[in-house]
Design a protein around this ligand. Sequence first.
Ligand SMILES: [Zn+2]
Length: 258
Amino acid sequence: MTIRSPRVAPAATMATETSEVRFGTSRIVYGVRRSARRKKTVAVAVEPDGAVRVTAPVDTARGRLDEIVHKKARWILERRRRQDDLLPSPGRRELVSGESFLYLGRQYRLKVCPADAGAAVRLERGWLVASVPRGLAVGERAQEVRARLIAWYRGHAARRLPERVRALAPAVGVEPAGVLIREPRKRWGSCDARGNLRLNWRIVQAPRRLVDYVVVHELVHLLYPVHDRDFWALLGRTMPDYEQRREELRRLGKRLLW
Ligand SMILES: [Zn+2]
């Protein structure tokens, strides 16, 4: 058992005190909320996006909190696993020039241009250029940009995601009936009784190693529909570093939702 020394959040986020604990190969970072109303007990909660929040009395030492979190580590990891397919809540975007977007893990700056500047959306030297009709009100323009970006991403997802499914399916030992590109509100992917994989187009924004994690996760679901012991065992054999990838996806997730 290793407990890492506590870390203080940078000044910009002073309101949040954080620390981290190691449990096996997993790293659990947690935020601490100090409450004057709490006298003795320390509460540990896992939020829907997988973040761990600890509510503690004002004077409980950080080392003691690390101990408590370490004791609850198995429960925290189990809880995260159960929530594993769920998406975090969306980040905020105004869909204006200068905002950054990801495609296969690479960062591009958005540039909104008048419509006569070519294709609706294209990549151009580090820019993601979206052309929209002239003369739209600000709100309408944002909606138009969103619609065009989504169409562009979906088109790329429809080409890239089935490629990854074809490449990874043999390692899992399954043959999916088909790959459907969808936009489920709560999941990165799922599979249906007919053996189709349903993948959220938004994952195409993530680096390929995270795309692969979602693809392999769903391929394993074709054999084991629920997150039981067999499911995790096969996932671990197929992708030994899946825990790390899952954690990366958990951290990145918010940026992929807009
Ligand atoms: Zn799952």
